[in-house]
Design a protein around this ligand. Structure first.
Ligand SMILES: Cc1ncc(COP(=O)(O)O)c(C=O)c1O
Length: 484
């Protein structure tokens, strides 16, 4: 399936500019720097509960593949170094590659920086009897990528741990990205980019962040995310229309084509890029460490892992990781949306496959050069070889819309929430429902199931100012969309 998707995509990737011709969208309004320093809402780094950087943390990848760690002997082309280690010399190292995907030449080695920004490992626990019975399975385990206590944590941050130091050491001090109003990526990029530590240099104000946002179904969670964005002081642009957004993504991503130092850079929607897929290869190795060390109740590889898919970085990283581990684990993803044929054509070059799936397959193909250079896979390994018999998808449960749950999903998520499993309505609730549907169809009997809960449930309301002053800075049409 994958190779067919990929070859069609290549034929059609020149078609991005067509979007403009068909486009019925607009950049609805512009909210520049008014929010910066807005006294009522300004959030500051010290106010954020977060993990302190540790120069000694080694990637879990290095336990299984010791040669990937900078300083170890290797005959492969690339190694990974903890970005907090002083004295490595990333700042002045010659670099190769496009912005955000750079290798740094340190001595005789090519090296990529990695900045662990939250405490490892995230917890695995066995679901209690009630939750197992809600899901309809006997052996349900949860990999909990959320924290009640720490704001900068989990799914999105795993991607930034590779991306942000890579951009920083290429000179980037201002980053641009895109996402829906309630995008977890935008919220976490704002927090991480501005307030987290991701390099060994002096602690400064962090990156400037510019986010281009587009509408989605409005929920309480979406409003909280916008409040959070306002409080971080990032710059927000509001746009609408698939074609306008698509062209804007293509245009801004061009800034990463440079091979020189640059003060500005782009991060793809969802934080997924060829390099950041390594964040979830690393997560798969962390899971293996937990299982093999006996530190969790899951004592063998899971037969199935259920998780949501958006831009695909999480699922592709895990699938590649399970492949490297030699596990027969099946990865079942729940799509978060599908798109018009035009958008599929423009973005994926493929109108036959679900949007999220074609996008993810292409991402995995682009990530493989990293895995090859690290000596993790041979040259002839393709996405099709990795995903065949391993990746399964559900492209129905996301309906009626991105960010909106159908009645069954909402009920199941509500019950799960009462049993202590906190899910979000755009991604994880839908994946949990897919798990339940698989069980109802008798597919999970006697299987070890791992639900990969990607949702970072930190209660952001508790650190945000409680007044509504922030909302008056929004463009009027956005206000009316939010509050009617
Ligand atoms: C909670 C949650 N789960 C899953 C995803 C999808 O992850 P990916 O974009 O890596 O497919 C997202 C993306 O924003 C998310 O916020």
């Amino acid at each position: 399936m994958c190779s067919a998707i990929l070859s069609r995509r290549r034929l059609l990737t020149g078609s991005a500019s067509l979007a403009a011709a068909f486009g019925v969208g607009e950049i609805a309004s512009y909210w520049p720097e008014q929010a910066l320093g807005h006294g009522v809402n300004a959030l500051t780094g010290p106010a954020l509960p977060q993990f302190r950087a540790n120069a000694e943390t080694a990637p879990a990848l290095a336990e299984r593949f010791p040669w990937v760690q900078y300083g170890e002997a290797t005959s492969h082309k690339l190694q990974i170094a903890n970005a907090f280690k002083p004295g490595i010399g990333f700042e002045s190292a010659p670099t190769e590659g496009r912005l955000g995907e750079r290798e740094f030449t340190i001595g005789s080695r090519a090296v990529i920086p990695w900045a662990p920004m939250f405490e490892r490992p995230s917890v695995i626990f066995r679901a209690n009897r009630e939750l197992q019975s809600l899901a309809g399975v006997e052996q349900l385990f949860i990999k909990d990528e959320g924290s009640d206590l720490v704001a900068i944590y989990g799914n999105k941050v795993r991607k930034y741990e590779f991306l942000l130091p890579n951009l920083h050491y290429s000179g980037v001090r201002k980053i641009y990205s895109h996402g829906a109003y309630g995008s977890n990526h935008c919220a976490h990029l704002a927090l991480t980019g501005r307030f987290a530590e991701f390099h060994s240099g002096p602690r400064s104000e962090g990156m400037d962040v510019v986010l281009n946002l587009y509408p989605q179904a409005i929920t309480e969670n979406v409003v909280t995310k916008l409040r959070l964005l306002s409080a971080t002081g990032v710059t927000l642009n509001f746009m609408q229309g698939d074609a306008v957004v698509g062209v804007s993504i293509k245009m801004l991503s061009l800034m990463n084509q440079t091979t020189k130092r640059s003060a500005e850079g782009y991060i793809d929607p969802g934080g997924s890029s060829p390099l950041s897929v390594l964040g979830h290869v690393e997560a798969a190795m962390e899971l293996a460490q937990q299982i093999e060390s006996g530190s969790c109740e899951l004592n063998r590889y899971p037969d199935y892992v259920f998780l949501p898919i958006g831009t695909g970085g999480t699922a592709m990283g895990l699938a590649l990781g399970f492949y490297l581990l030699g596990w027969p684990t099946r990865v079942v993803v729940t799509c978060s949306q599908d798109k018009s044929s035009l958008a599929k054509l423009v973005v994926n070059g493929d109108i036959g496959a679900p949007f999220d799936i074609a996008h993810a397959c292409h991402l995995l193909e682009e990530s493989l050069p990293w895995a090859r250079k690290l000596g993790l896979v041979e040259d002839d390994i393709t996405p099709a070889k990795i995903l065949k018999g391993r990746l399964f998808y559900d492209n129905e449960t996301w309906l009626p819309a991105y960010g909106k749950m159908n009645k069954r999903v909402a009920e199941r998520a509500g019950l799960a929430n009462d049993l202590g499993l906190v899910l979000d309505g755009t991604f994880s609730a839908k994946a949990f429902d897919t798990l339940g549907s698989f069980a109802e169809r008798g597919l999970l009997k006697n299987k070890r199931i791992l639900f990969w809960n990607t949702y970072q449930r930190f209660p952001f309301e508790t650190i945000l100012p409680q007044d509504d002053a922030w909302a008056k800075y929004l463009p009027e049409d956005v206000q009316s969309r939010l509050f009617t």
